[in-house]
Design a protein around this ligand. Structure first.
Ligand code: SF4
Ligand code: SF4
Length: 491
């Protein structure tokens, strides 16, 4: 019996041929009892795969080279959570730059939203590090060692002979080696490449924490790429789950052209196109090659599904079949639902325009924040709990604690000047201390004012931070003094 409300006329266009009795009762990678069904996807080949392989090679190169590339001495990318130091495209960011981070995160999320609305889950199949490493590195190694699907299935079913044990040990040894490299690369993004080298080559007793992280990361990636595989995309990654809220009938996705493909039926020997047409048969010869290559085990003919990562392997597989049976390619292709069902051209919709405008605004704010960032960030605060000091000549003195962060690419000799009052600022230690690149300087400063400069028990001070005579930033702070009988207003 059909579920209520699921009569054929009520189903979405490309879902009308699905067997609704059991469709989605269980996912493609689990059997009816919920046990894992191990996938053996056929090795993909074709135009789309070649494009993807080139793009993945570029991304893999970038991913592994990232921690070692320097821009003006700073890492291309660094997310040092331990020291709370971050570098993006060679620009050093500190926790104080949280606004920049928040906006960068919004740009990233909005970029994915806009991209998904327009192009579906292209990110997943083409740029996500998990898919890129799984399909373009680990899967390829598996094909090299175990062979294609038939050989893999045969090996899995074979008894545990010495040859099988050796082959399995060899493959998993290579997998662990690759996972070690991936884990070390992630660690280099977190702690920096110099720290990573220190962990690798220093006395191990000095780096217990680093070595533990290295081992855990390697084991984690080994578990993901050797065992968990596509389950990471289906169960853990939230992106696949919220894509249904983002996609609409104008989004470009990998889709099956059911108007052209149905009614599907195997091709009989000597059955020409005209004979199929007169039997009301479509172009799909039901060869299931699109399913055989799918790394998530789904049948794209059932419509857009959460598991589909838009890897385009099924496009190549189907195009090869169409070529063999003498039909035009593109039975499975990148297309919108509106295009497939109503023949409408791909449109830049109002929804896409709105999301793009939000993204453009956020990118503008992000660029403004980055470009207008002062090369030095100063905090100038009265030492907590300290009182003012009366000097013998009548002046009043406050002790301040000073912290300066150098976000530029060169050491900065700095000088602090009082901007809104007559008085003096004296840095403890050197008069013009030098803030090292990418680090901070912590010191103290004495500020002296004459009583006529005070506006009350607290007086607002404006200070300028200069380097080589150039004003880098202005900071404000409060000066404490005795209560004045005739308070003066701030200039
Ligand atoms: S349905 Fe096609 S595009 Fe989607 S994951 Fe499977 S092979 Fe890739
Ligand atoms: S590969 Fe093409 S022809 Fe074969 S089953 Fe899939 S859609 Fe049909």
């Amino acid at each position: 019996m059909e579920a209520p409300g699921t009569d054929a006329s009520a189903r979405p266009g490309n879902m009308q041929d699905v067997n609704w009795r059991d469709f989605r009762d269980h996912i493609a990678t689990a059997d009816k009892d919920g046990r894992r069904r191990w996938l053996y996807p056929k090795a993909p080949s074709g135009v789309w795969h070649r494009r993807r392989a080139w793009f993945a090679s570029f991304l893999i190169l970038l991913m592994f080279a990232g921690p070692w590339i320097r821009i003006q001495g700073n890492p291309l990318l660094l997310f040092n959570l331990v020291e709370r130091r971050f570098s993006i495209l060679g620009q050093i960011f500190w926790p104080q730059d949280s606004v920049v981070f928040a906006v960068a995160m919004l740009v990233f999320i909005s970029g994915i939203v806009v991209f998904t609305v327009a192009f579906g889950r292209l990110w997943c199949g083409w740029a996500c590090p998990q898919t890129v490493m799984m399909e373009m590195v680990f899967r390829k190694v598996e094909y090299l060692i175990d062979g294609d699907v038939a050989a893999q299935r045969a090996l899995a079913a074979a008894p545990w002979t010495a040859a099988k044990v050796f082959r399995r040990l060899f493959k998993h040894g290579v997998f662990f080696g690759l996972s070690f490299i991936v884990g070390n690369t992630l660690l280099a993004y977190i702690i920096g490449s110099e720290q990573l080298l220190a962990i690798q080559f220093d006395d191990p007793r000095k780096h217990w924490a680093g070595l533990t992280a290295m081992t855990l990361f390697s084991l984690l990636f080994y578990a993901i790429f050797a065992r968990f595989r596509e389950q990471a995309c289906t169960f853990i990654c939230p992106y696949g789950r919220f894509q249904s809220a983002l996609l609409d009938e104008n989004s470009m996705v990998v889709a099956y052209d059911r108007r052209r493909g149905e009614k599907r039926a195997p091709l009989h020997r000597d059955q020409g196109h005209e004979a199929r047409k007169s039997s009301a048969l479509g172009d799909c010869v039901d060869c299931r090659q699109c399913v055989a290559v799918c790394p998530t085990g789904i049948d794209i003919r059932d419509g857009t599904q959460m598991e589909c990562v838009n890897c385009t392997a099924c496009i190549d597989a189907c195009d090869a079949i169409m070529h063999k049976v003498g039909r035009p390619s593109g039975l499975i292709r990148f297309a919108s639902q509106n295009h497939l069902e109503r023949g409408e051209p791909q449109r830049f919709t109002r929804r896409m325009a709105m999301y793009s405008a939000v993204l453009a605004a956020l990118v503008g704010v992000f660029l403004w924040l980055v470009l207008s960032r002062s090369p030095v960030e100063t905090t100038f605060l009265r030492v907590s709990g300290s009182l003012y000091q009366m000097l013998p000549d009548g002046r009043i003195r406050n002790l301040f604690s000073v912290k300066m962060i150098n976000k530029s690419h060169q050491p900065l000799p700095v000088e602090v000047r009082l901007e809104n009052r007559a008085g003096s600022v004296r840095m403890m230690g050197a008069t013009n201390p030098v803030v090292p690149v990418g680090q901070y300087l912590q010191t103290s400063a004495l500020v002296d004012l004459t009583p006529d400069q005070l506006t009350g028990s607290t007086t607002e001070l404006k200070l300028g931070v200069y380097s080589g005579g150039r004003l880098l930033e202005r900071v404000e702070t409060q000066f404490s003094g005795p209560r004045s009988e005739t308070p003066k207003s701030n200039p």
